[in-house]
Design a protein around this ligand. Structure first.
Ligand code: NAD
Length: 358
């Protein structure tokens, strides 16, 4: 029996449709297990630009900081493509991550047996199944390093710099080791230590920390090899630890091989229990308002919130099992209907099917 305050940022495009579905699911879980989820809605992204002239109003930052966790849909869309750079809807995401101190991005990618035909890999590779999670450093590295333009050896040039402190590597590595302990105790640390000094420091620290986790099997892999192995033998991975830029690229690759962007959740975490939970896809403006959005990634993000921020593992399992069951029974939204012959369900119909199975 517990009470949780959730800041809800529906955002733009399909955001409101999919987040409403996840809120309904949480309401039902609350009733079933005797918890209270209080939802407070805030604006961020394009809708906040329209209402307040900025993508991330102060009220949203304050509300999210005060909450036990944040549930987010997606932001952005063609309507705001021409706004000045500092006002772009995506700034809301970076601003929220920074304000909440979220330095870890957890992205699970697994193949659902019922959706194997949607996977883009060869059937013999898919048949082995895969269930991995990418632990990506989120607030350091080259995306946040010094950058600029200058006169170089061959004339005008641009540069970006990658820097990682021991502290930044240690804290993300710890999250990865702990995550591995909760799963199959296997950790692959991805770097480019044959070229980059930041990667050499990364490797040193991971090896040193491995001594504290004798139960976790640790190996290193160069990022170029990791990109190959993800499509060659994804079943070999359990937890993949990596830096901001490498994680950005590898996590998109990992999500693509599942064949279903509408099914993949994510969590951004920091020191405390408060996290930000969102589907990995964007605001899908091409289908917004048509009822075609798949709510599953957002519903599974809500499940991750229960597991990682609220320590409600049984309740999280209940949601994940319901999603699995719906898929096993052959229900599909338009994005995953493939050649199954199923009549695609709308966002609200799919949400209702999941709720019936909770
Ligand atoms: P997208 O992920 O929104 O859409 C890519 C394709 O996948 C589209 O065809 C879309 O219809 C489909 N799709 C995505 N989610 C779906 C779902 N739940 N159900 C069914 N189909 C789904 O990527 P995009 O088109 O490149 O970007 C659209 C907008 O979203 C852009 O403004 C972009 O900046 C923004 N964006 C936001 C986030 C975020 O808020 N975290 C992430 C990525 C992109």
């Amino acid at each position: 029996m517990a009470k949780f305050n959730i800041a809800v940022v529906k955002g733009d495009g399909i955001g409101p449709e999919i987040v409403s579905g996840a809120m309904e699911v949480l309401e039902v879980i609350g009733k079933k297990y005797g918890h209270t989820f209080n939802f407070t809605e805030y604006l961020a992204g394009g809708c906040a630009i329209d209402a307040f002239g900025v993508p991330l109003p102060e009220e949203t930052v304050a509300g999210c900081k005060a909450a036990d966790s944040v549930l987010l849909g997606a932001v952005g869309g063609p309507k705001w493509d021409e706004v000045p750079n500092h006002l772009r809807p995506e700034k809301a995401l970076l601003g929220l991550r920074a304000a909440l101190g979220l330095y870890t991005n957890l992205r699970p990618a697994k193949i659902y047996p019922a959706l194997m035909e949607a996977c883009t890999l060869r059937p013999d590779i898919v048949a082995k199944g895969f269930d991995l999670v990418i632990v990506r450093e989120l607030t350091g590295g080259i995306y946040f390093g010094e950058r600029g333009r200058r006169d170089g050896k061959y004339g005008p040039e641009a540069y970006d710099t990658e820097a990682y402190s021991v502290m930044e590597i240690e804290r993300i590595a710890r999250t990865a080791f702990e995550t591995a302990r909760k799963r199959r105790c296997n950790l692959v640390s991805v770097d480019k230590a044959n070229v980059l000094e930041t990667s050499r420091l990364w490797r040193e620290i991971v090896h040193k920390m491995a001594e504290e986790y004798p139960d976790v099997e640790v190996s290193d892999m160069y990022v170029d090899n990791a990109a190959m192995q993800l499509v060659r033998e994804p079943s070999r991975f359990d937890v993949v630890l990596t830096s901001n830029m490498f994680g950005d690229i590898l996590s998109d690759e990992a999500s693509q091989i599942t064949g279903s962007i509408g099914l993949l959740p994510s969590a951004s975490l920091g020191e405390g229990k408060c996290g930000m939970y969102e589907p990995i896809h964007g605001s899908a403006p091409d289908i917004a308002g048509t009822g075609k959005a798949n709510p599953m990634a957002t519903i599974l993000s809500a499940a991750m919130m229960l597991r990682y921020s609220f320590d409600l593992a049984e309740e999280a399992d209940c949601i994940e099992n319901a999603v699995n069951q719906v898929l096993e029974e052959g229900f599909r939204t338009a994005d995953i209907v493939g050649n199954s012959g199923a009549v695609p369900l709308s966002c609200t119909e799919m949400t209702a099917k999941i709720i019936e199975r909770l």
